[in-house]
Design a protein around this ligand. Sequence first.
Ligand SMILES: NC(=O)c1ccc[n+]([C@@H]2O[C@H](COP(=O)([O-])OP(=O)(O)OC[C@H]3O[C@@H](n4cnc5c(N)ncnc54)[C@H](O)[C@@H]3O)[C@@H](O)[C@H]2O)c1
Length: 320
Amino acid sequence: MGVIPDEALTEYYERVRGKTVIITGAGASIGRATAILFASYGAKVVVADKNASSAEDTVSEIRSNEGEATSCRCDVTVWEDLVAMYDLAVQEFGSVDIVVANAGVGEIYGRMLDDFSKERPTKPLTTTIDVNLTGVLYTVHLAQHYLQLNRPQEDRTSRSSSLKAVVLVGSIASWTALTQAPMYTASKHAVLGIMRSLDSSFASRGLRIASIHPFFAGMYRFSLASMDVIHPSIRSATSLVPGIVRLQLAGIPLAPVPRIAGVIFYAASHPDPTCSGAAFWIPDGGAPTFIIPREEFKPGVYEYIDSKSNAASKYDMISY
Ligand SMILES: NC(=O)c1ccc[n+]([C@@H]2O[C@H](COP(=O)([O-])OP(=O)(O)OC[C@H]3O[C@@H](n4cnc5c(N)ncnc54)[C@H](O)[C@@H]3O)[C@@H](O)[C@H]2O)c1
C-alpha cells in the first residue's frame, strides 16, 4: 500500500487538456468539485445530474472561470438518459476519454431496519441499490462502447498508453460495514467488486478502471493546486451524510471534498498502468490518501479465498 501526497494528485494535469470527461451526479459536492478541477486543467466536461438546474449551476461556475462544459439532465437509473448523455458528449466534444461514475445516494427509504414489531413487514424500497449499483453498472456498460468510439483501432490494445479511463466512486463502506446502512454498504462493496472484476478485460482493450473510497466527506476550504475554493456554501459535511450521522461525526476531521476530487483526477490521469485495477482509500482528513494496487488484493485471505473458489468452480464444471 503506497501513500499519495496531495501535491502529487494533479501531477499529470497536462494529460487531461482537451479530453472529454463525463461525470455523473456532478451537480453537487464531490461531482461538482471534480468537474471544476478537470475543467480548470482544460478538460471538456459533461456535467450530468438528475437535477438539471444544479448541473447547469456547475456549468456556469466552470464557464465563469473560462472552462468548457455542457450540462445534461440524466438519471443514472434510466438507461435512455445515460445513452443520451454519452451521445451528447460525442456530439459536443467528439469523443469520450474519462468517465466518473459518481452519482450516488445514501441509505434512503431503506427500511431494511424496519419496525419488526408490526404485524406485517413493509416491502423495502431499493432506491439505494438502483442508483448506487444498477446506475453504476449501466454507466460502466456504456462506457466500454463510448470510450472506444472514434478511437484508432491500433490503440485498442493492452499496449496503449492513451488516456481512456473509468473511475468508480465507492466509499469506506466498500470495505467496512455501516451498521445503519445495509443497502448503502452492499452497493459500495459492489462498486469495489465491479472494478476488480472488469480490470483485466479493460486492460486487454487499452482501457483503465479504478475505484476511490472516501471516508465521510467534508466541504472544507482546502487548497489543491488550482482549486482553493470549491463551492460558495462550505458546510461541514455533504448533503448525502444524514443529520444524525453528522452529529455523530462532530469533531472528527472528514475527508476534504477537494482531496477526493484530486484522487479521482489522479486515478484517471496517472500514466502508470498499476493505477488501473487499484483502489484508492481516502481516510479522514488527518491522514493522506493510500493506493492499494491490484497485486495487493492477492496475498493473505484473498489468495486463500481465490484458490478455494477456483477449486470449487472447477469441481462444479466437472460435475455438470
Ligand atoms: N458524502 C460522503 O460522505 C461520501 C463518502 C464516501 C463516498 N461518497 C460517494 O460520493 C458520491 C457523491 O456523493 P456526494 O457526497 O457528493 O453526494 P451529494 O448528495 O452531495 O451529491 C450527489 C449528486 O448526485 C445527484 N444524483 C442523485 N441521484 C441521482 C441519479 N439517480 N442520477 C443522477 N444524479 C443523481 C444529486 O442530484 C446530487 O447532485 C456518491 O457515490 C457517494 O456514495 C460520499
